[in-house]
Write a protein that binds this ligand. Structure first.
Ligand SMILES: [Zn+2]
Length: 258
């Protein structure tokens, strides 16, 4: 094997995609030829870097469940009666159904995946926003534990009116609020203190999008989500995940109550 032959095979060889006799010839050539060996090392290094640096996403369990549910729903039932004249028609409709199933499946996988990715990004963005506000001392623009002060201040600066509630009796004392940005939209941000921790709660009108998973951890911060009172509630803090989740659920449930 000469260098020109080797060159065309090195990539496939690095990926383990050529048959054994060819692989043996390439291997022999690499042992004897420093320049092809260097090219091969480069390819391996590149592959390692891509594995290490490219984000990898595995399908979340909700996606798997939805795909199974769709497949079950489209499971063709055997027809109750069968006449020879029906047979061709049955094959035709079965084929059309299979085509539909594939299309629906592709769409479902696509949209669920996009929703899921968007929500992963949203949790990460919420953490970034929280950290930036904390480090930059931009946490509170209206400092008050009084919901009747915080709510109108936020409403005056947004095109919606977020419910505001102090939960000091549960250990989550309202410290104030600010306008921050999430998803490139201004968002009402409520700031609570619990012992020496700070909790940011991003409140925005409930969207039709698939809700984020209830609880996540991003870079050591817990992110908890709840819906209620017509709003999406996204809380970020370094308080325990359990405490944060029960707080945000309670807030979503009770904030809108008179
Ligand atoms: Zn060579």
């Amino acid at each position: 094997m000469n260098c020109r032959d080797a060159e065309t095979l090195i990539e496939a060889y690095a990926d383990g995609e050529i048959d054994r006799p060819q692989a043996d010839s390439v291997r022999k050539h690499l042992l004897a030829c420093p320049s092809c060996a260097a090219r091969h090392d480069e390819l391996l290094a590149l592959r390692t870097r891509i594995r290490a640096e490219a984000p990898r996403y595995s399908a979340p369990p909700e996606l798997r469940a939805r795909v199974h549910a769709t497949l079950d729903a489209m499971d063709p039932r055997p027809p109750a009666r069968s006449r020879p004249a029906d047979d061709r028609w049955r094959w035709l409709t079965a084929g059309a159904l299979a085509g539909c199933a594939a299309t629906v499946l592709a769409w479902l996988v696509g949209t669920t995946f996009v929703d899921w990715r968007a929500n992963e990004d949203l949790a990460a963005e919420a953490v970034t926003t929280h950290v930036r506000a904390t480090l930059g001392n931009q946490l509170i623009q209206v400092a008050s534990s009084d919901q009747h002060t915080v709510k109108p201040w936020l409403s005056a600066r947004l095109d919606y009116s977020p419910p505001v509630r102090d939960l000091a009796q549960d250990g989550f004392a309202l410290a104030g609020g600010r306008i921050d940005y999430l998803d490139r939209q201004p968002v009402a941000t409520l700031v609570y203190r619990v012992r020496d921790h700070t909790v940011d709660v991003f409140v925005r009108p409930q969207s039709a999008r698939a809700p984020p998973s209830a609880l996540r951890t991003v870079r050591g911060f817990n992110v908890a989500h709840a819906t209620g009172s017509g709003m999406d509630w996204l809380a970020v803090s370094d308080v325990s995940a359990v405490a944060l989740a029960s707080f945000v659920e309670r807030l979503a449930r009770e904030a809108g109550a008179p």
